[in-house]
Structures are given as C-alpha cells and as structure tokens.
Design a protein around this ligand. Structure first.
Ligand SMILES: [Zn+2]
Length: 147
C-alpha cells in the first residue's frame, strides 16, 4: 500500500475522513513506521497551529485529565482536546509496538545469541533484547529507504 501523506493525517486527526478511510489509515498505522512518524508530525502540527500564548502542554494535560474526572468545566478548544487524545493513542500504540517487537524477538532469537546472553552476566537479558531490537530497526529503516 502507498504511504499516507501528512496532509491526510491532518484530516484524520481533525476527524474529517469517511469511516472506511479511517479504518484503512488505522490499519496501515499499525504496520507502517514511516506513516506512524508522519502521523506524529501531523499531531505536532495540529498542536502548533492551536498554540495559545502562555499555555503549555503539561498544563493542558492536567486540565484535560481534570475535565475528564469532572473537576473543571470547559476546555480552551475542542480541537486541542482532540490532539491530546491522539497523543494518548500514539503513546499507547508505541507501547504496543514495542511490546510486540520484543515478543517477536523472544521467538526469533538465534541460539548463539541465547548462549551469549547466558554467558554474559554483566548485561541483563533486557539490555541484549534492546540492543538486538535496535539492530533490527536499523535494518528495517534501511530497507524502507530503498523503497
Ligand atoms: Zn506507510
């Protein structure tokens, strides 16, 4: 499938896409790092456009959480709330992606690496996994660059 343009991600964030298109985008997002980055950029862009002088991101999150919990009434802007929700979605997707990535590597780790891990007590198993993961990511990025 073709990559999705930054402008299209903006439409997605603004909730201006047809239901079918949204689904296609969401599915693509879960498998494509390239578009995930574009999606994050689009969220950032949306946030910049709505930047209110004197406000900061942390305050907004606190306010958003308070509002959700019913502590405070009203929010500066509806779109701002939308971009916060997208930040939350992006964060959870990143966590999910990292988890599935690690999970795959647990299965795919070659036996010589396992032996290496067993022999090296100074490095934790997690360190090794992270190292390995970074190697895999590098390869994936290179492949994507070739496309
Ligand atoms: Zn893509």
């Amino acid at each position: 499938m073709k990559h999705i343009k930054l402008d299209d991600w903006l439409l997605y964030i603004e909730d201006e896409l047809a239901e079918d298109t949204r689904k296609v985008y969401e599915e693509h997002l879960s498998v494509c790092d390239h578009c995930f980055k574009a999606y994050l950029q689009a969220i950032d862009k949306t946030n910049l456009q709505e930047e209110i002088p004197g406000s900061n991101f942390t305050e907004d999150i606190v306010q958003y959480v308070e509002e959700q919990a019913g502590f405070s009434q009203g929010f500066k802007s509806n779109t701002k709330k939308k971009s916060l929700i997208h930040y939350a979605i992006a964060a959870s997707m990143t966590a999910l992606f990292m988890f599935t990535g690690l999970f795959t590597e647990l299965i795919e780790i070659p036996s010589y690496v396992k032996k290496e891990i067993a022999n090296e007590e100074k490095h934790s198993f997690t360190d090794k996994l992270l190292e390995k993961r970074m190697e895999v990511r590098k390869n994936v990025n290179q492949k994507e660059g070739e496309q």
